[in-house]
Design a protein around this ligand. Structure first.
Ligand code: CVU
Ligand code: MN
Length: 588
C-alpha cells in the first residue's frame, strides 16, 4: 500500500483592503508561505524517509471567502496540520482556519511597518474565545520588512509545532492491535477504548493469540519469506549461553524448533498489524488486509508463554530498524500488551522516526547501594544514582547504541543507518534461551547492554480515573559502568534481558531533586525510551492532545504550548497545563 501521509497546509493571510494595502503585501505574504513550506520540506521527513509535504492555499487569504477556498483545497488534500503566516494586520476571525480537529499555528512576522504581530495577537484571542487552541510564533527580534529570512527562533518553533502536529495527524484513523488480552494484570494492557478514540482518534482492534496457531497450522504466511528469514536469523543472530539450571534446559533439537516458531511469529505479527499482499495470492484475502495498526501489543505472558516460545525475538525484530528484508521503518510492538507504553513508544517514534526501547523501570541503584554491592563509587552523570531499565522483550536492536552521530553512540532513522551499524547492533546482541521458570514455553530473550553516553528521554502515559491520561517524561543519559560492576548488578536480576543504565538530569525541583524521586514518582512498571532529548517535543504533542504532563525536566525556555495555555496561569506552568487540558477536553 502506498502511504498517504498527512500534509501541512500553509495559509498566507493578508489585509483584505485593496487599492494599495493588499497589493503592496501580496508578494511578501505569499513569499513567507513559500519559504515556510520549503523550510519544512527540507527539514522534516515521514516515517518512510520521504520529505514532509506542504500545500499552500491558492491565493493569499484576505477574508472569509478565501479562507473557505483554502479549507476546501486542504480537505481534498489530506491536510492534517495548519500553519497560517502573515507579515501584516489581517482580520482575525474572518481569515482564521476553523477546523477544530487539526492542530493550528500562526507565525506573525515581527516587523512594525505592517503589524503581523498585532494580527497574531488578535487571531490567537479569537482562537482562545472559540476554544480552538493554536500556537503563536513570534520572532524575538524585529526584522527588516524586506527580509526573506526565517529567524532561528521562528525556525525551531515551526519545526517543534510541525513535528508534533504531524504526529497527531499520523496516528489519527490508525489502530492499536491487541494481540491477546491482559497480561498478568498489567493495567496498561486493559485497553481503554475511550482513551484511544477520544484523545488519539484511533481505533482498537483485537485478535486472540490462538490466531497465531491457526496461521502456523494452516500455513498463513509467506513461505518464501519464512525460509529467507530463518536463514538470515541463523546467520545473523547469535545464540547466547543458556542461563537455566541444567534440569530446566531444553534440548538443542527443541531449540531449533523454537527458532522456527519465533521467526514465524514475527512474520505473523507484522502481517496482522499491516497486512501482506502475498497472503492474498495464497488465497487469504481477508488476512492480507491486516488491521491498519500503527502500533500493537503482544500479551505473551502468561497463556502463550506458559506453552509456546515467548515473544521476545518477535518484539525485538519488529521494533528494530532492519531485518532480513534490509533496513526499514520499525513496527511498534509493546510487550505484555501494555497499550499505554505502546502509545508512548508511538509518540516518541512519530516525533523522531527512530526505533524505541521498551523496558521495565526495574531498580533504583543509589550510589551507596552500588558501593556496598560492588565497591564502585558512581561518578559523572551517574553520581546521584542510576535506574536499571530492563525487560525480557520489545527493546529494539538499535538500543545497543551501536549507531553513530558525529562519532557518538546514537539511534538514527533507518535511512541514515549504515550496513556496518546494523551489523554492529546484531553482533553486540545475543539471543539467550528464555528463563524457563518464567517462560515455560521457552523462546529466546534479547540480551544486550546499551552503550553509555547517549542522550535519551524516557516517557510514560498513565490513565487516572476521573482525570484521564497524564504523561510523564524524563531526559537523561545512558550510562556505561565498569564491566564487572555491570555484571554484578545484572546478575541480581535476569541477565538474559537487555539492560540500559539510565541517569536522569536533575533540576532541584519537583520530581527531579533526586534519581530516587524519579523512580518513586513513575506511574507504572514500564517506560518507553527514545534517543535524544525530546522532552520539549513530547510536551508540545501532549498539549495538542490535551494530555497534561505531570513530571518533566525540560527547561522552561524549550516549552512550547498553545498560546491560550498562558491564560490559565503563567506562574505555575504545570497547574496551568492541567487546567487547560481539562478545560478543552480530548481532541476528538
Ligand atoms: C518475567 C516477568 O513476568 C516479567 O515479564 C516482569 O518482570 C515484567 O516485565 C512486568 O512488566
Ligand atoms: Mn514488563
Amino acid at each position: 500500500m502506498i502511504e498517504n501521509y498527512p500534509k501541512i497546509g500553509i495559509r498566507p493571510t493578508i489585509d483584505g483592503r485593496r487599492r494599495g494595502v493588499r497589493e503592496s503585501l501580496e508578494e511578501q505574504t505569499m513569499g513567507m508561505a513559500q519559504r515556510v513550506a520549503k523550510f519544512i520540506e527540507a527539514n522534516l521527513r515521514y516515517p518512510n524517509g520521504s520529505p514532509v509535504e506542504c500545500i499552500i492555499a491558492d491565493s493569499t487569504i484576505g477574508g472569509v471567502k478565501e479562507a473557505a477556498a483554502a479549507a476546501q483545497k486542504f480537505s481534498g488534500a489530506n491536510v492534517g496540520v495548519s500553519i497560517t503566516v502573515t507579515p501584516c494586520w489581517c482580520y482575525g476571525s474572518e481569515t482564521m482556519d476553523m477546523d477544530t480537529s487539526i492542530p493550528h499555528a500562526v507565525w506573525g512576522f515581527n516587523g512594525t511597518e505592517r503589524p503581523g504581530a498585532v494580527y497574531l495577537a488578535a487571531v490567537l484571542s479569537a482562537y482562545a474565545q472559540k476554544g480552538i487552541p493554536a500556537f503563536g510564533i513570534y520572532g524575538e527580534d524585529v526584522q527588516e520588512s524586506s527580509s526573506e529570512e526565517i529567524p532561528a527562533d521562528v525556525q525551531s518553533k515551526l519545526l517543534q509545532f510541525a513535528r508534533a502536529g504531524l504526529a497527531v495527524a499520523q496516528m489519527k484513523g490508525k489502530s492499536y492491535l491487541s494481540m491477546g488480552s491482559v497480561s498478568m494484570g498489567i493495567a496498561g494492557s486493559i485497553v481503554n477504548e475511550q482513551f484511544f478514540q477520544e484523545y488519539l482518534g484511533m481505533r482498537n482492534e483485537y485478535i486472540d493469540m490462538s490466531e497465531y496457531v491457526r496461521r502456523f497450522e494452516e500455513e498463513i504466511y509467506d513461505k518464501e519469506e519464512f525460509k529467507r528469514a530463518l536463514a538470515w536469523t541463523k546467520e545473523n543472530c547469535q545464540v547466547g549461553a543458556d542461563n537455566n539450571p541444567p534440569h530446566l534446559q531444553i534440548s538443542a533439537e527443541e531449540k531449533e524448533k523454537q527458532w522456527e516458531t519465533c521467526v514465524k511469529m514475527t512474520l505473523i505479527a507484522r502481517d496482522l498489524m499491516i497486512g501482506n499482499p502475498v497472503l492474498a495470492e495464497l488465497g487469504f484475502e481477508e488476512e492480507a488486509n491486516g488491521h491498519n495498526a500503527i502500533v500493537g501489543g503482544f500479551q505473551g505472558q502468561r497463556q502463550w508463554t506458559d506453552h509456546f516460545p515467548n515473544g521476545d525475538f518477535m518484539e525485538t525484530m519488529l521494533n528494530s530498524s532492519f531485518d532480513w528484508n534490509g533496513k526499514r521503518a520499525p513496527y511498534l510492538v509493546a510487550t505484555e500488551n501494555d497499550s499505554l507504553n505502546g502509545v508512548t513508544m508511538l509518540f516518541n517514534y512519530l516525533l523522531t522516526n527512530t526505533a524505541q526501547i521498551f523496558a521495565d523501570v526495574r531498580t533504583f541503584w543509589s550510589p551507596d547501594a552500588v558501593k556496598r554491592v560492588t565497591g564502585h563509587q558512581l561518578e559523572g552523570e551517574a553520581a546521584h544514582g542510576i535506574l536499571h531499565l530492563i525487560n525480557s522483550g520489545s527493546a529494539a536492536l538499535d538500543g545497543t547504541g551501536e549507531q553513530r552521530i558525529e562519532g557518538k553512540p546514537a539511534i538514527k532513522p533507518f535511512w541514515e543507518i549504515t550496513d556496518e551499524e546494523a551489523e554492529a547492533c546484531l553482533s553486540n546482541t545475543q539471543f539467550r534461551p528464555a528463563s524457563q521458570e518464567y517462560f515455560r514455553g521457552g523462546g529466546f530473550s534479547t540480551d544486550y547492554l546499551t552503550q553509555g553516553g547517549m542522550p535519551v528521554t524516557m516517557a510514560r502515559l498513565n490513565l487516572v480515573k476521573g482525570l484521564g491520561p497524564v504523561l510523564q517524561l524524563v531526559e537523561g543519559y545512558t550510562i556505561e559502568l565498569p564491566e564487572e560492576v555491570h555484571h554484578t548488578l545484572d546478575q541480581r536480576t535476569d541477565p538474559t534481558w537487555p539492560t540500559t543504565w539510565f541517569a536522569p538530569k536533575l533540576t532541584n525541583s519537583g520530581s527531579f531533586q533526586s534519581v530516587y524521586d524519579v523512580m518513586n514518582n513513575w506511574g507504572a512498571n514500564h517506560g518507553a525510551i527514545s534517543y535524544g532529548h525530546i522532552g520539549a517535543d513530547l510536551i508540545t504533542l501532549a498539549s495538542i492532545l490535551r494530555i497534561p504532563v505531570s513530571m518533566h525536566n525540560v527547561e522552561e525556555s524549550r516549552i512550547f504550548r498553545p498560546r491560550v495555555w498562558s491564560l490559565f496561569g503563567t506562574e505555575n506552568l504545570e497547574g496551568a497545563d492541567y487546567r487547560a487540558c481539562q478545560n478543552f477536553g480530548p481532541l476528538y
